[in-house]
Design a binder for this molecule. Sequence first.
Ligand code: ZN
Length: 284
Amino acid sequence: MKLVRFGPSGREKPGLLLGDNERKDCSAQFQDWNHDFFQNGGLADLRKLAVEAERLPSVPRDVRWGAPVARPFKLLAIGLNYSDHAAEAGLAIPKEPILFQKATSSLCGPYDPILIPPDSEKTDWEVELAVVMARNCRRLKSFADAAAMIAGYAAANDVSERHWQAERGGQWTKGKSSDHFFPLGPWMATADEIADPQNLDMLLEVNGIRRQSGNSSKMIFNVHHIVWYLSQFMTLEAGDVITTGTPPGVGMGMQPPTFLKVGDEVRLTISGLGEQHSRCQAAE
Ligand code: ZN
């Protein structure tokens, strides 16, 4: 199944995507694709409804696409998880996953603008594979246990302000958390739809020029490892989103370093997870 959400920001309704472009309204049956939905076994109930999804009301084409899952309790992120990206950043390959958090208020839809903060000089792009948690869990015993806790996958852009991230002291969260710094979607594919999450092509273009070309096979720590690992330190909660790192080709690695400007168009795709496009606008 492909889960979508639609409607104005903050008032999205839950839906299913049929084929490439037909959205069906599930709001008569479900409140939202949120923590309670996942934790209470909603995906199994949705599977029953999906059998007859053709009968559901269609969502008009001009209605906004929201992020495919509701604002999570936690938005966790893994840094430097591709060896070739670590090299371009001039940093050592990590021995254990590097964890940081993004403010959950950074979440936005897959076609919403990327908002460049007024004093930003180094807003950068990062195509990433995001994981959505199916159930609350902690201290998982094995990678197989971790696999069973994954509800699905979505494409993400881990937008990053490099000056705030790396030159303002301390930790990375400051540079990762501005509004609209986490476009997610267009859909969440349930885990059964993604035969091998470690063999997905990932592409990102800025103004039609390819900047990132990668494959999730190049992750240092694979998604099951990451979920297992994080669960040793905290309770992962249903609906939490974990973004798993970016392949090479970010702006800070270019010669000279190149960053996003107002008016730039960012397009990204991941195999089986659709295509985002975002126009860069000045934040108010
Ligand atoms: Zn990232």
